[in-house]
Design a protein around this ligand. Structure first.
Ligand code: AMP
Ligand code: GLY
Length: 426
């Protein structure tokens, strides 16, 4: 059978997903809600808010949708998968965890408890509320700096504070519990600081079995040399040179297997992606965080390297035939460079006209993120505007190709990092 597929989301991740899914002979028709200025190349954009489940439902029924791929976390944490369990929608294969299972991203305390129960390596921690604030202050005193304070709930990517000074950390703990991040910080998780290098691994699971996608490393700081403010991600590379056979095996045995076994043991409804935000400390991997979705801009390097039919993998999630294995990967290195609006991640202007070179080389993909189409023109509509991904036999060549095209795409205020991958060698 082939599928009418609805993809939810509007970022670079969704453009990369649309491109990959539309390559599949199993993809009959693709709709993207709401999509962006690039996704219309692969299907029909639907103008609907992802919090408007009733309108999404109407589209799903009217368009005879068979499969839904949920890109971002918000609809998952808001219960979109639960909404789709009603009899009129339950025939539709929705890729994503239900609301309870999405708690692995939506609540840091829930994720930490899960990891503790299933003995998954992660930083030591204490869960703190107004009721045990003294224990929280004591935990800070008994641990060396830096201090890691995390709002339990989603806080638009800003809910993690890493502080060197004990007094400041103690004050911020109180501020957080007093509503610094609204309800999201009613509970705070204090963690021991892990010193190492971060990377991301993604698995697709049916709640029992899994396949592991190509790994990636993203570059979150706005400035070159990993300096300046945190962003949603300024670029990414895949593969990651230090992800060798030994680390690969440790990640699968110590982290992925027990996580999926935990989902199964808890009977969680989890048919979707698990994003393992990992850190290598010495030779050992630890989990920094789970997300219940693919990463952005990691997806823009992971999917171009994935040598598999993604829709076929989605099919396997629902027919119970997913095998526990690493996915086939293309040998080439992928590098994504994010073009962002001037001022991002602070204030920036939107609505700038984007111009593209006439010819884009075969080894380069241009994934739209914060763009919209306005007649024949493409305009900026967000902080992260376009991801330029290049594939090449070496990282240096991939960086050079991506930089060349990044330089040729223009809009007023464009900024990008030229050093993506600087800390990794081929
Ligand atoms: P999170 O939202 O949990 O991914 O945290 C945001 C960022 O804070 C991570 O990507 C890490 O760079 C950093 N971080 C979080 N937890 C720790 C930790 N326990 N030790 C060191 N760095 C951390
Ligand atoms: N690039 C990190 C994320 O998607 O959360």
């Amino acid at each position: 059978m082939s599928y009418n597929i609805l993809l939810l989301g509007s970022g670079g991740r969704e453009h990369a997903l649309a491109a990959k899914m539309s390559e599949s002979p199993l993809c009959r028709t693709l709709y993207i809600a709401p999509g962006n200025g690039g996704t219309g190349l692969y299907g029909t954009n639907l103008d609907v808010s992802l919090s408007d489940f009733a309108t999404l439902e109407r589209y799903m029924l009217d368009l005879n949708i068979h499969m839904v791929m949920v890109g971002p976390e918000a609809p998952l944490v808001d219960g979109f998968v639960d909404y789709c369990k009603k009899p009129t929608l339950s025939h539709i294969r929705v890729i994503g965890p239900d609301q309870y299972a999405a708690g692995l991203e939506g609540s840091k305390a829930f994720a930490k408890k899960f990891m503790k129960t299933y003995q998954i390596p992660t930083a030591g921690y204490l869960e703190v509320t107004q009721n045990n604030i003294d224990a929280g202050l004591e935990f800070l005193q008994n641990n060396p700096p830096p201090y890691v304070l995390k709002a339990d709930g989603l806080a638009a990517g800003k809910g993690v504070l890493i502080i060197d000074d004990l007094e400041e950390a103690s004050l911020e703990l109180k501020n957080m519990l007093n509503g610094k991040f609204g309800k999201a910080s009613d509970t705070v998780v204090i963690e021991q600081f892990l010193d190492g290098i971060e990377f991301s691994v993604f698995a697709l699971t049916d709640g029992q079995n899994y396949v592991i996608l190509p790994q990636a490393k993203d570059y979150k700081r706005v400035g070159e040399g990993d300096t300046g403010l945190n962003t949603g991600g300024m670029g990414a590379v895949s593969p990651v040179s230090f992800f060798d056979e030994s680390l690969k095996q440790k990640v699968e045995e110590k982290i992925i297997k027990p996580t999926i076994a935990g989902l199964a043991a808890e009977n969680m409804w989890y048919k979707g992606f698990v994003f393992f935000g990992l850190i290598k400390v010495g030779d050992e991997p630890f989990v920094i965080e789970y997300n219940c979705r693919l990463g952005d801009p990691e997806t823009e390097v992971v999917l171009p390297r994935l040598d598999e039919d993604l829709v076929h993998l989605f099919e396997k999630v629902f027919d119970g035939s997913l095998e526990n294995r690493y996915c086939h990967e293309k040998q080439d290195t992928a590098v994504a460079i994010m073009l962002v609006s001037g001022g991002y991640p602070g204030d920036f202007e939107k609505g700038k006209t984007i111009t593209f070179p006439d010819i884009i080389p075969d080894d380069v993909r241009v994934f739209h993120a914060g763009t919209t189409k306005s007649g024949d023109q493409v305009k900026t509509s967000g902080g992260r505007v376009i991801a330029v991904t290049a594939l090449a036999p070496s990282m240096d060549d991939a960086v050079a190709s991506a930089l060349q095209v990044a330089g040729q795409i223009d809009f007023d205020g464009k900024y990008f990092r030229r050093d993506i991958g600087f800390d990794l060698k081929d």
